[in-house]
Design a protein around this ligand. Sequence first.
Ligand code: MLT
Ligand code: ZN
Length: 476
Amino acid sequence: MPDTAMLQRLRETLGEAGVLTDPERLAPYLVDHRDLVRGKAPAVLRPSSVAQVQAIMRLAAEYRVGIVPQAGNTSYCAGATPDASGGQFVLSLERLDKVRAVDPLDAAISVDSGVILQRAQEAAAAAGLYLPLSLGSEGSCRIGGVIGTNAGGLSVLRYGMTRDLVLGLEVVLADGTLVSDMKKLRKNNTGYDIRQNFIGAEGTLGVVTGAVLKLIPVPHRRATAWVELTAGAPLPEMLALVRRESSDLVSSFEFITARSLALVSGADGRLKSGSGGVILVELSSSSQHLPIEELLEGVMGEVVEAGWAEDVIIAQTEAQRADMWRIRETIPEGEKHFGGSVKHDISVPLGRTVDFLAAGGAAVAAYDPALELSVYGHVGDGNLHYNVLVPPGEDRLAFTDRIGRELAPALYDIAIGMGGTFSAEHGVGRLKRGLLQHYADPGRYRVLRGIKGLFDPHGVMNPGAMVDPAEGLIAD
Ligand code: MLT
Ligand code: ZN
């Protein structure tokens, strides 16, 4: 339990606005975005400067108290929720919210880690550039969380994961040391790439306080098609064709099954599912001279000719395009309205996606043929959201627990047997820590523990997430 003396020193350092203890104000910070995990904390700390983050970490090291960094609190794996002991502080990044600079010539943006992703996108746009990170939660997730989870999203296929977009990073370590590496450089071969350790580390190695992100020319022209698939259409072959024939201008290649589509309220009735589901494909280009609409029409003609599509609708207006994307992006919300889902964020090598759909479907049917699946995702990256809908009338938490114990292992075994993973983009957090321990190659797991022990020898950084603090020490 944290010492009252520590709380007093935190108040002196952060001021009243920097230390929340009122239970009503604390509540939203203590539950994860999916309402699966509820924790306790003596206070939520809201530093307004990097120096205050350093001061917090020095105190945490002195008193050996756990600090749980939290950005937009949109983790799918409860990566930013304190445990139930009441002994861990939440460190909210929300007051570190300045866009520090946008540099058009270097095509880079420097931001505090509490900046909301959408604000960073807008700041880039105001400078005539584009931040190619697009997530359903972009209106509320913050850069620190995006970096902490190495977020993926809707255009990874073209621009990569968050780690591919981070040029520079500023991090406060567990003992309060500041690592300032806010460079805009594309080339800098001067030793270990320390930055990559913190990307995807879920706040278990340090607190990210700032970042420099890569920008690209604005993709002014977009051409978007809604492809109603025939049953068994070979998705990897289709993607290969679309990439080749579009000169690799594909920015998204998203899969939606009929069941997922049906969950979206107000879905345009003209946008139907084919018997094999739907692919939402988008080409984008920054050039005003490239006729990508014609390119897409030609490519889609080939897709129909190959017998892979029952119908293709190419968006004729920006409103129609936006409607296609609204459908895709509101599927998670549709699942929530239905009563919830148990999520399996798997990925397999591209060539095995159709095999996974078949084997996964068989495993679910063998377990309980009455279960309904909502399957969709970034199939262009081999990443499927293979979600089991909570049956009406069932208790959501009890069902989640049962599926996690009785069905999920079979699905993960299939994915991993195909060379895939149990978490493609949602991370490990508190929910998948056991899976990491179970599935990680022993050598890799040993290195993970070694890194944790090196950066956080006293286990104060987000204890309980990803790697257990007790496991973090290097000694076996
Ligand atoms: C998505 O692709 O929509 C997100 O990863 C959210 C989800 O899996 O529910
Ligand atoms: Zn996703």
